[in-house]
Design a protein around this ligand. Structure first.
Ligand SMILES: *[C@@H]1O[C@H](CO)[C@@H](O)[C@H](O)[C@H]1NC(C)=O
Length: 305
């Protein structure tokens, strides 16, 4: 009696004190010549990131031979990967599955933290919820048949407002892991309201995921969040280094202090990206580091570090 009471108090205290983990979303093309990153490029990325975390996420497996090329870097630098599988179109999706079955057997499953099928596929309307469910289950079957991968979690990542839509609840039910993306910048928020809005978005998503799953014992991450440091304003949101630094402190450190794991979009500026329509220039300035920087653009220390 006494022992179990103490144990439960301790585990409660432990839960309250747990800080959410940090990871980074990572682009797979080089800025110098927009070529696909090589294993050496990933090793150099990981050297820069390793002062802060050893967890990264990529969006696809076959594009740019990402899985093949990143595996030697994961091994060399002992990094863990959230691996994306692009779920559309059929040819591309087939190539993704081939990459999984070809390259996952060449690395120990402990390096692969989880697999996300689709990246905002529902948000873009690329797939129906039921087609995404089919693909999540196909990928799980394929991956969990690979030697050592029987317990690798497979799920998806989408925007918070998609996840709280009851029409998508089968996606949550059929996923081992569900990550929610939320960008106060793209909601046009002022800095004063940006962390309120971010917490509100993520807590709504987390609550719906927990309710749909009927459990709080789930692995949850913010899949993408961040603040751009340059480019055009979006409604009330201004991309500046000071604002990105403030967003880091209030929202990223803040939600990790609440115990929520967070993947930050994104590690490095992607200056290779074409400046397309929409908000001028902002797409190339989401990096916490510049494209070749070794020091971050602003302090990444949180008060709990
Ligand atoms: C702050 O954000 C929330 C939603 O995230 C919104 O409902 C509210 O109107 C915003 N407040 C201000 C003052 O912009």
């Amino acid at each position: 009696m006494r022992v179990s009471a103490i144990t439960s108090v301790l585990s409660l205290a432990g839960y309250a004190a747990a800080i959410g983990s940090l990871g980074f979303d990572l682009g797979v093309q080089r800025n110098s010549d927009s070529a696909c990153k090589t294993s050496d490029d990933y090793i150099s990325d990981f050297e820069t990131i390793s002062g802060y975390t050893n967890i990264v996420r990529v969006y696809a497996s076959s594009d740019c031979n990402t899985l093949e090329n990143i595996i030697p870097a994961l091994k060399e630098k002992d990094f863990k990967l959230f691996l994306g599988v692009w779920a559309t179109d059929d040819t591309h999706y087939a190539e993704e599955k081939t990459a999984l079955s070809t390259y996952l057997p060449t690395i120990d499953a402990s390096y692969i933290a989880g697999i996300t099928v689709g990246s905002e596929a529902l948000y873009r309307g690329d797939l129906s919820a039921s087609d995404l469910v089919t693909r999540i289950n196909e990928v799980r079957e394929l991956v969990q048949d690979i030697d050592g991968y029987s317990s690798t979690p497979v799920g998806t990542v989408d925007s918070w407002e998609i996840l709280i839509d009851g029409a998508n609840s089968d996606v949550i039910t059929n996923s081992d892991i569900v990550f929610a993306n939320a960008f106060s910048y793209w909601q046009g928020q002022t800095m004063a309201n940006s962390s309120y809005s971010f917490f509100d978005d993520i807590m709504q998503a987390l609550q719906v995921i927990q309710t749909t799953k009927g459990s709080t014992d789930i692995t949850f991450w913010v899949g993408e969040t961040g603040w751009a440091t340059d480019g055009g304003s979006y409604e009330n949101a201004d991309p500046t280094v000071d604002n990105a630094a403030q967003f880091w402190q209030e929202s990223i450190c803040g939600i990790r202090a609440w115990g929520v794991n967070t993947l930050v979009f994104e590690a490095f500026d992607e200056s290779w990206k074409p400046v397309t329509s929409g908000v001028s220039g902002v797409e190339t300035h989401w990096g916490v580091w510049t494209d070749d920087g070794t020091d971050p653009k602003y302090s990444l220390e949180c008060t709990f570090d």
